[in-house]
Design a protein around this ligand. Structure first.
Ligand code: NDP
Length: 489
């Protein structure tokens, strides 16, 4: 095991590791084996206070720093992150259980993309000039102040960067709370930002459970909250933030549809369904877990899918040849197993998977094979509820209008995809989907250049791209008179 799995201390405040063993112990469990590989402590009220005080103290000077200088620090951090991709990917694998074949491609690299992108556009964040006769108004795009970021456990490095990079580019300070399940990676992001030249107090990490998050969200020093998490948590955090009229970004869950028409390229559609259901062992918010396959293609699709899933390589997550890892925790696997048992009871047909066999030497881990149900109907629990595990539902349909109507029949609206060779139908479907991100003949790509976020219950606001700037700044209008001030009396 690499020497630095156990972090120097639990929290990172004012560019230093900080410990307070008075906080509840949080064991860090390697989900491939079930072993405890590190321990951190939840933040005590004193730690929460220290982090918010540091952020509040540092923010004004950072906002006054030139945007070019701010951007340069972020871009430097991106370079450091890319140089250390191997070590960061190993840590991400220990934190989440995701195989190294994924983490080395999709985690620190995606975090670095965000740092580079927002570092690159920092200097061009600007207001506008509005002419009003001889008078004019100019707008200033000002930071919000202290932003609280709260992360889920599936992409701990990426989530810290997707929130931290735009917040810092816009002149804010951040206090970030990772999920208690994956507390390690955000500390490395903080270390790298310091090394890149970020002044103390601007990116702080505090550990803890929901109550630490709650303390951060309700503190009067907090101006904005950005949460990545489930819809129930989102509702609670949104309500708590509303009390203080704080700005929010809510990146929440989904039950996204993928619609495959008879004329689709079968191999591509199967690849999309695999990416959209089994990458990261199914623990991705935008997964297309309701796969609607047109009746004429259904049997061939299911047969080819089963063949391709047989090629998944389960094994030591650190082995670069392993392509499928364990779930993040015993609790999350139990949730998925509960859905699987109830689906069988209600008449869905288990086409493949549902088993918990572990690879040799990893018997203590939280394994669950890629699982596919066919014969699923719209009202079954596996078709209505977010599972957040490797469980795909295959449904059939006859017509385009039917597919669109059923695809949208959900309270969620995070993502949606269509596979078809018909160009105009593809765009009609994309226009009709009630989802923040739509895919045509691909699935689950989320480059930093494109806005990402949910419609309906899947969220509020957008991350990534220029759209994120809207959510980490506020606009001030300045009216400039060029003539005398006229008053009625
Ligand atoms: P949770 O909603 O359980 O937790 C999210 C974060 O919120 C955790 O850090 C959690 O702390 C914290 N939290 C819990 N309660 C409160 C509270 N009352 N106040 C403040 N913070 C609180 O989500 P999971 O971690 O289980 O992640 C899975 C969910 O995240 C799925 O629904 C998934 O769809 C969604 N997600 C959404 C994404 C998106 O971009 N739209 C991306 C990735 C995931 P702790 O867990 O430590 O108790």
């Amino acid at each position: 095991m690499p020497y630095d799995i156990q972090p120097t201390a639990s929290h990172y405040i004012d560019s230093e590791y900080v410990e307070d063993t008075g906080g509840t112990k949080i064991p860090v469990i390697y989900s491939a084996t079930g072993e405890v590989i590190a321990t951190v402590h939840a933040a005590t009220p004193a730690i929460v206070d220290r982090a918010l005080a540091a952020a509040a103290r540092a923010q004004a000077a950072w906002a006054a720093t030139s945007q070019t200088d701010r951007g340069r620090i972020l871009r430097r951090a991106a370079d450091i992150m890319r140089d250390r991709n191997h070590d960061l990917s190993v840590l991400e694998t220990y934190d989440t259980g995701k195989p190294y074949s994924e983490t080395s491609l999709a985690d620190a690299t995606s975090g670095a993309d965000a740092l580079e992108y927002f570092g690159g556009i920092a200097a061009s964040i600007a207001g506008e000039h509005i002419q009003i006769g001889d008078d004019w108004v100019y707008t200033r795009r000002e930071p919000l102040g202290v932003c609280v970021g709260i992360g889920a456990w599936n992409y701990p490095t990426q989530i810290a960067c997707w929130k931290g990079a735009p917040a810092l580019a816009c002149g804010n300070a951040m206090v970030f709370k990772p999920s208690e399940t994956t507390p390690l990676c955000a500390l490395k992001v903080a270390e790298i930002l310091t090394e890149a030249g970020l002044p103390p107090g601007l990116f702080n990490v505090v550990q803890g459970m929901g109550e630490t998050g709650q303390a951060l969200v309700t503190d009067p020093r907090t101006d904005k909250v950005s949460l990545t998490g489930s819809v129930p948590t989102g509702r609670r955090v949104y309500a708590a933030a509303a009390e203080g009229l704080r700005h929010v970004t809510m990146e929440l869950g989904g039950k996204s549809p993928m619609v495959v028409f008879d004329d689709a390229n079968l191999e591509d559609a199967v690849s999309g369904a695999i990416l959209g259901n089994f990458y990261s062992t199914g623990q991705v918010c935008s997964n297309g877990t309701r796969v609607f396959v047109q009746a004429g293609l259904h049997d061939r699709f299911v047969a080819r899918l089963a063949e391709r899933l047989g090629q998944a390589r389960t094994g030591d997550p650190m082995d670069p040849d392993t392509t499928y890892g364990p779930m993040v925790s015993a609790a999350q696997r139990d949730i998925a197993l509960g859905f699987i048992a109830r689906a069988r009871d209600t008449g869905a047909v288990l086409a493949t998977g549902g088993t918990t066999d572990a690879p040799d030497g990893f018997e203590g881990g939280f394994w669950l094979a890629p699982t596919v149900f066919t014969g699923v109907t719209d009202d079954m629990e596996i078709a209505t509820d977010e599972i957040f595990g490797p469980v795909m539902s295959v449904l059939t349909f006859e017509t385009e209008s039917e597919a669109l109507e059923r695809a949208n029949h959900t309270p969620y609206g995070l993502a949606a995809g269509v596979y078809t060779a018909d160009l105009t139908r593809a765009h009609r479907m994309a226009a009709g989907f009630q989802a923040g991100t739509c895919y045509i003949n691909t699935y689950n790509l989320s480059p930093v250049e494109a806005p990402f976020g949910g419609m309906k219950a899947s969220g509020v606001g957008r991350e990534n791209a220029r759209a994120a700037i809207e959510h980490y700044t506020q606009i001030k209008s300045v009216y400039v008179a060029m003539g005398p001030t006229e008053a009625p009396f």
